[in-house]
Design a protein around this ligand. Structure first.
Ligand code: AMP
Length: 208
């Protein structure tokens, strides 16, 4: 069983949803840099203050802010880890490599048109980080999180004007990691289109 799993794939490809399902099944810790940064912004920490402007425009937060944070979280985690949203640059991947060996990089492949549809209709829970889609995966009660009852919101960076920039940033900075992990022989690409359960069945196969 793979114990260090990196989730690759553009914003909206399902890393959070699939990562959460996998983390529940395997009992691994899921570390999401996006969730950590949003929490830091909400709590008004130094990191949050520095990260906010980058996040709002869909840009990446500078490597030096992210690498130290993730190294610490990874060091604290016991057992297997699922990294969601990290690494996102070659520099981050090199830093991760120095800390531990990645067993599997799961690349969720989804066409741009579908990503735009998913992101702009996504609603998120500010408390437990669950995500919904207004049409494909709506909450049972409108605007209320099924899992914890909090009021759902639309992330600022899921608004149409920022989504295009996030996809561009992904192509320029993160896509090269597909080749990076392919060379290391740990890449598995999954078509991330179809029902959540069908995609998850392929994810499970890849981790065995
Ligand atoms: P996500 O929730 O993964 O889509 O991340 C939301 C935002 O957080 C991104 O658009 C970036 O601004 C920032 N972010 C998340 N992970 C990273 C990372 N590994 N490196 C730099 N910025 C990141």
């Amino acid at each position: 069983m793979k114990s260090v799993i990196v989730l690759l794939g553009p914003p909206g490809s399902g890393k959070g949803t699939q990562g959460e399902m996998l983390s529940e099944k395997l009992g691994y810790v899921r570390l999401s840099t996006g969730d950590m940064l949003r929490e830091a912004v909400r709590n008004g920490t130094e990191l949050g203050k520095k990260a906010k402007t980058y996040m709002d425009s869909g840009a990446l937060v500078p490597n030096d802010l992210i690498i130290g944070l993730m190294k610490e979280k990874i060091a604290q985690a016991e057992g297997g880890v699922i990294l969601d949203g990290f690494p996102r640059t070659v520099e981050q991947a090199d830093a991760l490599d120095q800390q531990l060996q990645v067993d599997l990089a799961l690349n969720l492949d989804v066409p741009d048109e579908e990503l735009i549809n998913r992101l702009t209709k996504r609603r998120s829970c500010p408390d437990c980080n669950a995500v919904y889609h207004l049409i494909y995966n709506p909450p049972k009660t409108e605007s209320v999180c099924d899992k914890c009852g909090a009021k759902l919101y639309q992330r600022d960076d899921d608004k149409e004007e920022t989504v295009a920039n996030r996809l561009k940033v992904y192509r320029e900075n993160t896509m090269p990691l597909i080749g990076y992990y392919e060379k290391k022989g740990v890449l598995v690409t999954i078509k991330g289109v179809g029902s959540i359960d069908d995609i998850y069945a392929q994810v499970e196969k890849a981790v065995q």
